[in-house]
Design a binder for this molecule. Structure first.
Ligand code: UTP
Length: 305
């Protein structure tokens, strides 16, 4: 039996250009989703799957990310003195969450390049990659299932989501064959952001991977691809054809996923998660229903409080 995985890598060094100017001085992974930065949900997901050793790949604005997971003695003292234990718990939660490490990417030359920066830290064991702006609802199971498939099949595993074919060109897209497991497919081909109308399927890659360490050797010789970036998808395309490396399998995810790096999805995410919260939900839903009734889908609305 292979030993259980312990390491997660979270790339958070992208420029976040879709979210400018908010991301001019702050990584998009620090944008608040209700009252926690997106990255905190991602670290919590890794830990919940048993991955306590977390390496974050950071970029030019790394300080906000590191500070968020650091101890802030002064804040803790003030809250302790006030006896505000609830807020104190919230402040300490992110500090105690995981065993966090950081490495800088330097120039953001693509997701594959970011993952390659984890080579020294990861060594020769399989590891997970969780994109720092991609959230999986904690009520749905994905990463645990991917870890299971990795260990059972000694393969690399990607997460796949069925998307509207008209949207497929925005993602990496997989060609697959069925396996004897309903939710698992064998990946026979991968293409990063195919031209509109040319996607080989509607199965899109989302931001969770469990990879065999040989991916580092493949990434080292992967040439820049789409957008002149070193694409993880291109390295996985090579791995998919390598039976000696266990190939690539996909877990088809049918749960809730939120892309907080996209403005529209970010707004939807906050509304959905806030509406489901026990503390904010009842009042927020009441207001939301009333507000929605005032809206004209074509934009000619006014007057709602
Ligand atoms: P994206 O392609 O969504 O990030 O990468 P981006 O380039 O920052 O976004 P836009 O298009 O300019 O708005 C997915 C994940 O990979 C990380 C990002 O931080 C994000 O979490 N990433 C991407 C890196 O760490 N390094 C890179 O060179 C590229």
């Amino acid at each position: 039996m292979p030993s259980p995985l312990t390491k997660a890598v979270i790339p958070a060094a992208g420029l976040g250009t879709r979210f400018l100017p908010a991301t001019k001085a702050m990584p998009k992974e620090m944008l608040p989703v209700v009252d926690q930065p997106a990255i905190q949900y991602v670290v919590a997901e890794a830990v919940a799957a048993g991955l306590h050793d977390v390496l974050m790949i950071t970029g030019r604005n790394k300080s906000a990310l590191e500070n968020h997971f650091d101890k802030v003695g002064e804040l803790e003292q003030v809250l302790t003195a006030k006896g505000d234990l609830e807020k104190l718990e919230k402040v300490k939660y992110s500090t105690d969450l995981a065993d966090l490490h950081y490495v800088r990417q330097g120039d953001p030359k693509g997701l594959g390049h970011a993952v390659l920066r984890a080579k020294m830290h990861v060594g020769h064991e399989p590891f997970a990659v969780l994109l720092g702006d991609d959230l999986i609802d904690e009520r749905d199971v994905l990463l645990t299932r991917m870890l299971e498939v990795q260990s059972e099949r000694d393969t690399s595993v990607i997460a796949l989501l069925e998307v509207d074919p008209a949207q497929a060109h925005l993602y990496g897209v997989a060609t697959v064959e069925p396996t004897d497991d309903d939710d698992v497919v064998r990946v026979t081909g991968l293409v990063e952001k195919p031209a509109p109308g040319s996607a080989p399927s509607n199965l899109a890659l989302i931001g969770r991977y469990v990879l065999r360490p040989e991916v580092f050797d493949v990434l080292e010789r992967t040439e820049p691809g789409k957008n002149n970036e070193i694409q993880l998808t291109d390295a996985l395309q090579e791995m998919a054809g390598r039976d000696d490396l266990g190939g690539v399998h996909g877990v088809v995810f049918r749960g809730r996923r939120y892309d907080t790096g996209d403005k529209l999805d970010y707004l939807k995410t906050i509304v959905k998660l806030a509406a489901d919260r026990d503390d904010l939900g009842p009042e927020f839903r009441d207001w939301l229903v009333g507000y929605a009734a005032t809206l004209n889908p074509h934009g000619d609305d006014s007057g709602a409080a």
